[in-house]
Design a protein around this ligand. Structure first.
Ligand SMILES: NC(=O)c1ccc[n+]([C@@H]2O[C@H](COP(=O)([O-])OP(=O)(O)OC[C@H]3O[C@@H](n4cnc5c(N)ncnc54)[C@H](OP(=O)(O)O)[C@@H]3O)[C@@H](O)[C@H]2O)c1
Ligand SMILES: *[C@@H]1O[C@H](CO)[C@@H](O)[C@H](O)[C@H]1NC(C)=O
Length: 322
């Protein structure tokens, strides 16, 4: 039975995955890595985890030794911290050749923004497709999640470990885990709005982001964990990259829905969003994100069974943030 180690188990994505993995494989030992000391009971009783390890990203020796010890390592803790993923990979690569470990890394489609500055829809923008290995080869360290994707892909090419990357679009939906984490995208949007005192968008706001419901995406992630534990890998590391997305949503529409909820909660003082120049949309990468188009297509993931069945972020947002 392959053992599974899950980093980020209290997150929006990680908590659902913990439940899914044990439902699919009750006999696969699951270790969850958590820094929150008040969640053990949930992981024992609800997720049925076999082992709970308390620690944080900065416990580098612990991260490294656990990564070496487990057959499958899932990274749902950070897609930004290159030192973390390098440490995980270094631990995993210490395993002997005849018991290679598999890394399942969760990434994000922030990689694939067009770095727009006008906030307008770009009908000629490149659509990044997980079915085109040449697209995945073009991921660089300077992209949103490139700092973790590139070392993961490089490790997959080296071949001392097996790698899969599951790349989530802007992820929404409710957290069913023991901690009230909203997920990275909602955190960024809420924090940015709070800093402005209103919800900003750029230009006419027709630029689009791609979104995915966590309840559509996590079953697919869980399927990749199953594959990692039962099948021999095929193809190159660049072919084991899956983009999960549902609808495209205009930043203006997203901002209108967000402003309504954040105003009701008292997070911002304006019930309507405001158009701003790209330079004022947010700090660093966040401003670029909001001004950009995020055009992706997940043909490879769809072929492996990924389907969208849940409702739109525009309908779901109020409930998620309430
Ligand atoms: N949400 C999205 O839109 C989205 C889209 C694409 C990709 N992703 C990626 O998917 C992964 C999971 O995201 P998420 O949305 O589920 O995030 P989340 O809800 O914010 O969860 C993050 C998880 O990581 C843990 N964590 C963060 N820093 C830590 C540290 N220094 N030490 C120990 N634990 C730490 C958190 O623990 P605590 O509960 O203790 O804070 C939590 O379990 C991330 O890599 C993210 O970038 C997310
Ligand atoms: C957007 O900017 C990032 C960071 O500079 C860069 O790595 C990426 O290649 C750019 N994307 C496009 C489509 O130009």
């Amino acid at each position: 039975m392959p053992s599974v180690l899950l980093f980020g188990a209290t997150g929006l994505i990680g908590s659902r995955l913990a439940i899914d993995v044990k439902k699919a494989h009750p006999d696969w030992p699951l270790t969850v890595f958590v820094r929150n000391t008040k969640v053990d009971e949930w992981f024992e009783a609800t997720a049925k985890a076999d082992r709970i390890v308390h620690g944080s990203i900065s416990d580098t020796d612990l991260v490294r030794s656990l990564s070496k010890e487990h057959d499958i390592v899932v990274n749902a803790i950070t897609s930004f911290d290159g030192d973390f993923i390098a440490n995980v990979i270094a631990g995993m690569e210490e395993r002997p050749e005849d018991s290679k470990g598999t890394l399942v890394h969760v990434s994000g489609t922030g990689n694939f923004i067009d770095n727009g500055t006008t906030g307008a829809f770009n009908p000629n923008g490149k659509v990044w497709n997980d079915d085109k290995e040449e697209d995945i080869r073009q991921i660089t360290r300077r992209m949103f999640n490139g700092g973790t994707d590139v070392p993961t892909l490089e490790a997959g090419v080296r071949g001392k470990i097996i790698t899969y990357i599951v790349c989530f679009a802007v992820t929404y939906g409710s957290n069913i885990g023991p901690a009230p984490n909203l997920g990275v995208a909602y955190n960024i949007f809420t924090h940015n709005a709070k800093q402005h005192g209103f919800v900003p968008y750029v230009g006419d706001g027709t630029a689009v982001a791609s979104a995915v419901h966590v309840a559509d995406a996590v079953p697919f992630l869980s399927k990749i964990v199953s594959i990692a534990g039962t099948e021999k890998p095929t193809g190159s590391a660049y072919s084991r990259y899956y983009i999960l997305h549902g609808e495209r949503v205009a930043w203006k529409d997203l901002s209108v829905a967000l402003a309504k909820v954040l105003y009701a909660k008292g997070t911002v003082s304006e019930p309507e969003p405001k158009s701003v120049p790209a330079a004022e949309a947010g700090e660093g990468e966040v401003g670029v994100l909001i001004a950009s188009n995020m055009l992706v297509k997940g043909d490879r993931a769809a072929r492996l069974g990924f389907k969208v069945t849940h409702r739109s972020i525009l309908d779901q947002l109020q409930e998620d943030l309430a």
